[in-house]
Design a protein around this ligand. Structure first.
Ligand SMILES: [Zn+2]
Length: 155
């Protein structure tokens, strides 16, 4: 069993269950942002010829190259507050969403720090990158995997 070396402490309280969506538009965008097996993940899975892995690593990365110690997260632009897309949060329950998004960002940072402290390399790919340039996104990941593979065998 993998035990993580860092104790997880959040600066905020858990935010609890999401309030019901205020409109069908919001509901649609929330459903489109479900946690696993999202469209960009499936696209990358095909391009990388890699399965979306269930794992016990911090944050459960979407793709894992074990021997290269490389973890790939595909981040939904809505949930992870993509700075490029800068999507507006839902207008109702604004306070809840603000805390929720802050916590998501904090969790991403904790996961990254935790993985890096275990000597893993972390790649974060944004949903919009995969939607706009899927091949480039896959190429970037594969290139890093190959490079990591080389240094691993040299040791
Ligand atoms: Zn984005």
């Amino acid at each position: 069993m993998l035990t993580s070396p860092i104790r997880r402490t959040y600066s905020s309280e858990p935010v609890g269950k999401s309030p019901p969506a205020s409109s069908s538009g919001v509901s649609k965008s929330m459903k489109a942002n479900k946690r696993s097996g999202t469209y960009p993940e499936l696209v990358l899975s095909k391009l990388l010829r890699k399965r979306i892995t269930k794992n016990t690593l911090p944050g459960s990365p979407d793709f894992v190259y074990r021997s290269q110690k490389l973890a790939v997260f595909v981040h939904g632009c809505f949930w992870h507050c993509c700075p490029t897309c800068n999507l507006p949060p839902p207008r109702t329950h604004a306070d809840f969403w603000k805390r929720k998004f802050e916590r998501n960002i904090e969790r991403d940072q904790l996961n990254r720090t935790e993985l890096e402290s275990m000597d893993w390399r972390v790649i974060e790919v944004w949903e919009h990158e995969v939607n706009e340039h899927p091949t480039e996104a896959a190429k970037r990941i594969r290139a890093i995997a190959v490079r990591r593979g080389r240094t691993a065998t040299r040791k």
